[in-house]
Ligand binder design. Structure first.
Ligand code: EPU
Length: 352
C-alpha cells in the first residue's frame, strides 16, 4: 500500500482492470491506476517518485497491447479536458485542446467552426494528447501538418515544457515523444493551427471515389470528413464492436533495389515513393499475400477487410495477439525479406 499524504486531490486505485481502457478489450490489471484530470493532480503525482517510477500513460488506449495479466506499473489515465482559441488572423485560427479530449470530438468541433486541416483525420480512435506521439495519419494527411505546439509536463523538472513543431521531430508514425522524451513527459495540451480558407486534400484515391459515390459536386471539409468516415467504417472494424488497435504494423520502407527484385516475382506489388532510393510498401498487402487476411487463430485473428488490423474476437489474451503478430512478422520476413515493425506499443513488465 502506498501511504499518501492527506488532503490530496489525487486518487490512487490498486489492482484495477484495464479491459475498458484498451481498444483491444484485453483483460489485464495494473498495480496502480490514477486519473489525471487537473494540473493539480499532475503536480501532486510528480512528488510521488515511487508511483511514477514505472508508469504507463494512456489517453484512449487505442494503441497499446499488454502481454501480461498484471502489469507492475502505475497507469496514468490522461483526462485533462478543455479547449480555447489562442489567436486568430484572417487566414488561420490557433486552438489549444487539452490532451484528454477525444480526437474525433475535436475534429467535429473544427468542422462545426468551419476550420480546415483535420477533416481527413476523422474518426481516428484515441485522444488529442496521443495524436502527436505517433503523428497519426490517414488519407493523405498527418496531424503534424497542423500542429503548432505541444505542451507537456516534465516529470523530472516538475514544470511545464513547450515544443514547437520543429522540436517535435515528426516522422511517419513517430516523433520525439516516442524517442528522446518517451516516459519523461506527460502531454497536457496541443495547439493546432487551422485554416479559415480551406485546402482540400483528396489525393488519396479512395476519397475521390467515395465523394463521387456520395454525389458530392461542391467540395467542403464536411464532405471530406463524411467520405473519410464512410471509408473507415467500410474497412476498419469499430473497436467498440470488435477489439482492435487500428493498424498493428507500420508500412515498411525498403530500398528501391530490393523493391525491383520483389517486383520481378510479384508484379502487382504496390508501393509509394519515399525518396529517390526508397519506397514504402503497404504492410496490409504483404500480410495478405502470406495468406493471413481473414484468418482466425483461437480467439484472435487478422481482419477480413484490412490485413493490417489484428482483432480480438472476445477472449484473446495479449499474449495470443502478440504471438499472432510474431507469426505474421516471420512469414513476411521469409516471403519478402522485409521486417515488419509494430505500430502498436507492447506493454510488458520487463520493459518498464
Ligand atoms: N492492401 C491490401 N490488403 C489489405 C490492406 C491493404 O492489399 O488487406 C493494400 C492495397 O493495395 C491498398 C494499400 O494496401 O491499396 C493501402 O491500403 P489502405 O488504403 O487501406 O491503407 P494502409 O496503408 O493499409 C494506412 C494507415 C491507416 C490509414 C490508411 C488510410 C499505416 C500503418 N496505416 O493503411 O492508418 O487509415 O493508410 O490513409 O500507415 C492506423 O494507423 O491505425 C491506421 C488505420
Amino acid at each position: 500500500m502506498w501511504t499518501l499524504k492527506t488532503k490530496l486531490t489525487m486518487i490512487v486505485q490498486q489492482n484495477v482492470s484495464i479491459k475498458h481502457l484498451n481498444t483491444f478489450g484485453i483483460d489485464f490489471k495494473v498495480d496502480n491506476y490514477i486519473v489525471v484530470d487537473s494540473m493539480q493532480v499532475v503536480k501532486e503525482l510528480s512528488e510521488e517518485k515511487k508511483l511514477i517510477k514505472h508508469k504507463i500513460q494512456v489517453g484512449g488506449g487505442s494503441n497499446i497491447l499488454c502481454i501480461e495479466e498484471q502489469l507492475h506499473a502505475t497507469l496514468i489515465h490522461n483526462q485533462l479536458k478543455g479547449k480555447k482559441i489562442i489567436k486568430e488572423t484572417a487566414e488561420h485560427v490557433w486552438v489549444e485542446i487539452m490532451a484528454g479530449e477525444k480526437w474525433h470530438d475535436f475534429v467535429v468541433y473544427a468542422i462545426e467552426n468551419n476550420w480546415g486541416g483535420v477533416e481527413n483525420l476523422s474518426l481516428i480512435p484515441g485522444t488529442v494528447g496521443a495524436a502527436p506521439i505517433q503523428n497519426i495519419g490517414a488519407y493523405g494527411v498527418e496531424v503534424s501538418n497542423c500542429i503548432a505546439e505541444v505542451h507537456a509536463w516534465n516529470w523530472n523538472d516538475k514544470e511545464s515544457i513547450k515544443f514547437n513543431k520543429e522540436e517535435c521531430k515528426f516522422g511517419y508514425r513517430t516523433s520525439i515523444f516516442k524517442e528522446k522524451w518517451k516516459q519523461k513527459i506527460l502531454i497536457t495540451s496541443v495547439v493546432f493551427k487551422l485554416d479559415k480558407h480551406h485546402h482540400f486534400n483528396t489525393t488519396y484515391g479512395a476519397i475521390t471515389q467515395e465523394l463521387d459515390k456520395m454525389g458530392i459536386t461542391t467540395l467542403s471539409i464536411k464532405a471530406i470528413s463524411d467520405a473519410v468516415i464512410a471509408i473507415r467504417k467500410s474497412k476498419l472494424p469499430n473497436p467498440e464492436v470488435l477489439g482492435n488497435a487500428g493498424s498493428f504494423f507500420k508500412n515498411p520502407t525498403i530500398k528501391l533495389a530490393h523493391f525491383k527484385e520483389l517486383q520481378k516475382l510479384h508484379t502487382l506489388i504496390p508501393s509509394f515513393a519515399v525518396d529517390a532510393q526508397h519506397v514504402k510498401v503497404p504492410a496490409g498487402w504483404l500480410i495478405e499475400q502470406c495468406g493471413w487476411k481473414g484468418k482466425k487463430v483461437g480467439a484472435c485473428g487478422v481482419h477480413k477487410d484490412q490485413a493490417l488490423v489484428l482483432v480480438n474476437y472476445g477472449k484473446a489474451s495479449g499474449r495470443d495477439l502478440f504471438n499472432l503478430s510474431e507469426a505474421i512478422i516471420q512469414d513476411v520476413q521469409e516471403k519478402f525479406n522485409i521486417e515488419l515493425e509494430r505500430e502498436v506499443q507492447i506493454l510488458r513488465n520487463t520493459l518498464l
